[in-house]
Write a protein that binds this ligand. Structure first.
Ligand code: GLA
Length: 378
């Protein structure tokens, strides 16, 4: 990929780049919609990633070329306010991080940027967080701050989502893409932002199956879930649902917000239990927790789709008590994650290829992932 990126950069800007930054996508093993409730998540970074090649410019202009969107281009200026551009929404992640870095006090020079990635579209594997971190790191490096604190980098990416992309997301995607440790999942306390690496046991495979149902315009449904969780926290008079060890009786809370809270309170406990099970390689327990997580996403949080439920059931069936499967990410399409012994991968893959078709009638994309390290300069 890096050769193609360097070529794109030369063709677009006539010179070689000064530096290249990369940041990985992620798959969440468990802990869904808990991050914005100050709770716990257990994602790992994946080998699929986004790269940004960069070179300083003297005129405070930022010019961007996007290799994955047919060489689309966008330009904006660092002198004066940076605003989102609805005509080139893909560029808003870069605009947003540039704005955030300036707000954080960095003296950004103008830049030429070329972007390229190998993340499947609409899979819910956080290609936008990868772009935010890679672009943020490239710009920070050119401002003389290659060592910018990685938690700070992630918060700047999240701010870009909030202010430039209209998604009130939590911190999971950006933080794991920034701070992941190769070979490990990351247990994140989304209140303190403390990250603890949980190494994956030898012989465990992480399988991702893209349902082929692209996560479309679902920010509205996402933001609504967040509001319902916040309403529940207010009702129970806690700062966030994280503060409930157990779910109290509903009282006057509407049944929908109560069901949302039930998912979140249960999911926080499941995530901590899953991290403990992963540490000792207890795949049976992990599978049980993943099944409970999927059921709660389906029944209480209502973010799965019938085709995704069927895909998960098919995988759970194929894996049996040897591991588990669940939908991963924000929901309404995207990917399913399975944890299973490496020796069972081919059997599970065959079951999926025989039993599931994407909406266009083709076989689904199946990926076997080795957890990657976080954002870096290369
Ligand atoms: C999206 C958001 C994350 C998180 C997940 C659900 O990926 O960006 O912050 O809330 O959904 O767990």
């Amino acid at each position: 990929m890096i050769d193609a990126l360097n070529r794109l950069f030369r063709q677009s800007f006539g010179e070689a780049p000064e530096l290249v930054a990369r940041a990985p996508g992620r798959v969440n093993l468990i802990g869904e919609h808990t991050d914005y409730n100050d709770g716990f998540v257990l994602p790992c970074a994946i080998s699929r990633q986004t790269m940004v090649a960069a070179r300083r410019r003297g005129d405070r202009q930022v010019r961007i070329v996007a290799g994955d969107i047919g060489g689309a281009t966008a330009t904006f200026s660092l002198s004066g306010p940076i605003l989102p551009d609805s005509a080139a929404p893909w560029s808003n992640y870069v605009r947003g991080v540039a704005d955030g870095l300036i707000e954080a006090g960095l003296d950004l020079p103008g830049a030429d940027l070329a972007i390229m990635g190998n993340m499947p579209q609409g899979a819910g594997l956080s290609s936008s967080a990868a772009l935010e971190n890679a672009a943020g790191l490239a710009l920070a490096a050119m401002a003389g701050r290659p060592d910018l604190d990685r938690t700070r980098l992630a918060l700047i990416g999240q701010r870009a989502e909030h202010h430039f992309a209209g998604c009130q997301c939590g911190i999971m995607d950006q933080l794991v893409s920034a701070r992941a440790v190769a070979g490990a999942a990351l247990l994140i306390d989304c209140r303190s932002l403390e990250c603890t690496a949980v190494p994956l046991p030898e012989g465990l495979a992480v399988m991702i199956v893209h349902s082929g149902i692209e996560r479309g315009l679902v920010d509205g449904a996402y933001n609504l879930r967040r509001q319902q969780c916040e309403a529940a926290a207010r009702h129970f008079e806690v700062a966030a649902l994280r503060d409930l060890a157990e779910l109290p009786p509903p009282g006057q809370l509407d049944p929908l917000s109560y069901a949302r809270a039930r998912h979140v309170v249960g999911e926080n406990a499941r995530t901590l239990a899953a991290a403990a099970a992963l540490r000792i390689g207890d795949l049976g327990q992990l599978g049980e927790l993943m099944a409970q997580s999927h059921a709660a996403m389906r029944d209480d949080f209502q973010i799965t789709l019938p085709a995704i439920d069927a895909l998960v059931a098919l995988l759970q069936d194929a894996i049996g008590g040897l591991g588990g499967a669940r939908m991963t990410g924000g929901g309404f399409g995207g990917a399913v994650v399975a944890l299973l012994p490496a020796t069972e991968v081919e059997r599970a893959r065959s079951a999926v290829l025989a039993g599931y078709r994407t909406p266009s009638g083709g076989p689904p994309l199946v990926m076997i992932e080795a957890p990657a390290g976080g954002a870096s300069l290369i």
